[in-house]
Structure formats: structure tokens, C-alpha cells
Ligand binder design. Sequence first.
Ligand code: FE
Length: 133
Amino acid sequence: MTDDVPKTETEWKGCLTPEQFRVLREHGTERAFTSPLDGEKRQGTFRCAGCGLDLFSSEAKFNSGTGWPSFFAPIAEDAVATTEDNSYGMRRVEVHCRRCGGHLGHVFPDGPKPTGLRYCMNGVSLTFEPKEG
Ligand code: FE
């Protein structure tokens, strides 16, 4: 991945799978328990599937039981950004990649310590890079 982030829909379609495009660019949600990253237990880094930015560390990953990869914090304060999402008659906080704006999932205030937050992510929005060694 380079720092060149696609800008147009056509460019995005050219570098994402249809499911990645649906979730990242159209605010879709993958079906629960379908992502192999939900059960990923190795040490490593979860990156944005759109632009490659480091988003979450395995050290903040926990099993939420929801069927979506869950973290109690992003890898850095400026890795993700949030916006209010009032779709489907719910008040939720949407989480997106700070660099490419790709939709990642939502964050809820019912997570474990130390933050009490639950970043509920679509696995299809992420790639996993296992730690070397
Ligand atoms: Fe991104």
C-alpha cells in the first residue's frame, strides 16, 4: 500500500472486492460470524483494508461474542475518526478510517477496561498483519 489513496468510486471499485466496497464505501455491515478476523488470536496489527493505515493492535482485541472483531481502543488516537449515525432509528457512533474515510463499524460504551469502549468492526474492512518472530 502506498500513500496514494483512491478518490473516486471507480478507483475504489478497482482496488476493493465487492464486499469491501459495500462496507467501506457504502456503510454496509458484514454478516456476524463471517469474518476470519473475528477469531484471530495472533499478535499483530489490523490495518485499513482501503488504504493500509494501522488501525488496531491485537493487544486491544477482545472476544465480544458479537461475531465481529472487537477492540477496546484504536492503535493511535488519530487512527480513526467518529461521526454520529442516526440511521435505522438508532443513535450510534460510526467509526471510520482517519486517512481514507472508509467505514469500519461502530463504537459502543459497553466495552471492557481500561476504556469501557467496544469498537465493533467489520472484519472485511480490515487486513491483519501478524507480528514477525
Ligand atoms: Fe483507510
